[in-house]
Design a protein around this ligand. Structure first.
Ligand code: GDP
Length: 203
């Protein structure tokens, strides 16, 4: 898929106020600092569509971007940032939970995971929660330029082993690097194929 246009639509913390249009949407989420803003900028080919985090954990908002005038890319807040207070963690959980519960336009989530780390409980718990709630997702491994191919393989294997303890199949996954532009076409083609298979009457 070629990105012809990418526009910021709105930011808010209330799913009821998200765009009313029935365009299919794809939500990107992961731990703070995982490389989410950089990935969104790589996918859209825009240098600063998503703000790369000066201070992680600060932008606790649902950000909608309209891509090619026919689908929404959603930048969800990063989770698991230590400096966020308990009360704002609760608020965060509430509106994210509501986003996933209420947003019928969501086709798939993308859970971002730093390829350098061993499987982290917070990411695994989040994926478990998505699974239990019937929300389709893929994993996007980020920062692949930081590891050699063999190490990438080992880290993916470690993830597979942990996930296959509770899941029948390994979720769909992508290996990406925003610095080296790796995985861009694969992610965009995947979104394109989901858009093409959409039953528009179901929305
Ligand atoms: P966010 O908090 O998840 O939105 O993460 P950012 O996109 O702001 O990135 C966090 C940090 O990781 C920044 O210092 C980025 O330069 C760095 N980073 C992001 N993506 C990559 C990548 O693909 N490779 C490398 N080496 N660094 C990255």
């Amino acid at each position: 898929m070629k990105i012809k246009s990418a526009e910021f639509v709105m930011s808010n913390s209330d799913v009821e106020k998200c765009p009313k249009s029935r365009l299919p949407e794809y939500a990107f989420i992961g731990r703070s600092n995982v490389g989410k803003s950089s990935l969104i900028n790589m996918l859209t080919g825009r240098k600063s569509l998503a703000k790369t985090s000066g201070r992680p954990g600060k932008t606790q908002l649902i950000n909608h971007f309209l891509i090619n005038k026919n689908w929404h890319l959603v930048d969800l807040p990063g989770y698991g940032y230590a400096r966020v207070s308990k009360s704002s963690k609760k608020t965060f959980q509430k509106f994210i939970t509501q986003y996933f519960a209420l947003r019928e336009q969501l086709v798939s989530a993308f859970v971002l995971v730093d390829i350098r780390h061993n499987p982290q409980p917070i990411d695994l718990e989040f994926m478990q929660w998505l699974g239990e709630n019937g929300i389709p997702f893929s994993i996007i491994f980020t920062k692949a330029d930081k590891l050699k191919p063999k190490a990438i393989e080992n880290h993916i294997e470690a993830y597979k082993n942990v996930l296959l303890e509770t899941w029948e199949d390994m979720p769909n996954y992508f290996v990406t690097s925003s610095s080296k532009t790796i995985g861009k076409d694969e992610v965009l083609e995947y979104i394109d194929s989901l858009n093409a298979n959409m039953d528009w009457t179901a929305l």
